[in-house]
Design a protein around this ligand. Structure first.
Ligand code: 3PG
Length: 215
């Protein structure tokens, strides 16, 4: 396990307009899916810790797709952070924020995008040194209006809205000055995984990369 901070949250957010939120139930899907996203221009891959196969999928991508940068999503505990780092993850995304998770990610060298949905949570994360945050669940919790409201008091915070983000609303979010990127599950549809339709995943990634220019 490396504790070298080899990546920052801002670097994770700036690499592409969209961080794909990935749910994998089959280890056999991991490597071709990662190659398909990389072929489309998306390198930062958030593999969620929601399935028993997630850690093995991270290990497979780390070993076989060196162009990809694997992150762990749904990190909710110190144990999650430790397991993700051992599996090769270089960044972590959490649905909420606790000091325990923040410290655990620092301890194992994972860049963390902590999830927040309220002013108090932003203040707690800032107090602990995190200024690049995931707004989750973004569209359910206020979307564009909330981000505009936060831009006043939290002028020094940058967000990755995730939750309810679609190709249709992503450009509006990306145009906000306090939004660096968005997160979303639409780049890796379950039926594309089931069918092995990697060309579709690449096409979705390419379209996502183009979102920055259409904002
Ligand atoms: C999640 O945690 O599932 C993400 O927020 C993805 O949400 P989405 O399916 O609305 O993109």
């Amino acid at each position: 396990m490396s504790t070298a901070p080899s990546l920052t949250a801002l670097q994770v957010m700036q690499d592409a307009p969209v961080i794909p939120v990935i749910v994998l139930n089959d280890v056999a899907h991991a490597v071709p899916m990662a190659r398909a996203l990389v072929a489309g221009g998306i390198r930062m891959l958030e593999v969620t810790l929601r399935t028993p196969q997630a850690l093995e999928c991270m290990r497979a991508i780390t070993q076989e797709v060196p162009e990809a940068v694997v992150g762990a999503g749904t990190v909710r505990s110190a144990a999650d952070a430790q397991a993700a780092a051992l599996a090769g993850a270089r960044f972590a995304v959490s649905p909420g924020y606790t000091r325990t998770v923040g410290q655990a990610c620092r301890d194992v060298g994972l860049a963390l995008l902590p999830g927040v949905a309220t002013g108090s949570e932003i203040m707690q994360a800032q107090e602990d040194g995190f200024t690049e945050l995931k707004f989750f669940p973004a569209m359910q919790a206020g979307g564009v209006a909330m981000l505009k409201a936060w831009s006043g008091p939290f002028f020094d915070v940058r967000f990755c809205p995730t939750g309810g983000v679609t190709p249709e609303n992503a450009s509006t979010l990306l145009a906000l000055p306090n939004v660096v990127c968005v997160g979303g599950s639409w780049l890796v549809p379950p039926d594309a995984l089931a069918l092995g339709d990697w060309g579709r995943v690449t096409a979705l990634a390419q379209a996502a990369v183009g979102l920055r220019n259409t904002a």
